[in-house]
Design a protein around this ligand. Sequence first.
Ligand code: 5GP
Length: 178
Amino acid sequence: MEKITVLDKTFVKYIPVQEVNAATERVAQQINEDYKNDKPILLVNLNGAMIFAAELLQKLTMPCRISCIKFVSYSGMQSTHTVTPLIGLNEDLTGQRVIIVEDIVDTGETYEHLCEVLQAAKVKDVRMATMALKTDVYNRSIPVHYVGLPIPNKFVVGHGLDYDGWGRNLPDIYQVCE
Ligand code: 5GP
């Protein structure tokens, strides 16, 4: 088993990049089918979603745009249970079909908060496309429409996901060793 160290933690290789890429392809195919007669805007939640979003974007076949935001809730390996908008909405999304692009959905706190912000911004509708979903932890009633990788409740890094800012550049996804 391939192990790496990021700061003070050891991680073991969990999902190889080929599987991540196949998951992105599946998500893109679903979005291409669902939005074939639309012009959605992808709302990319920085920093973690930047790699998944860049890969997803290139596989989309309809006319589409992106806009970036930065709403954070994690510090280290813990949720702070407060969603802080470091970069907020910076364009008028009235009447738009919005697809939020996330690296990972955990409890859904960030997602729920973003839905409220987007509702107030009078968008037409909102869907979520996430590279990974912690299926056992997600506890909100709003559907997570496009899920690349359903994963268990263990902290992961790589492919955009960080531990205190480090590890985003790892192509594979790694799981923390207890
Ligand atoms: P939620 O609001 O759904 O509880 O948490 C979502 C946010 O928490 C993600 O955007 C991500 O920044 C962070 N997060 C949750 N789980 C993990 C994880 O296992 N690894 C990393 N790197 N970030 C996580």
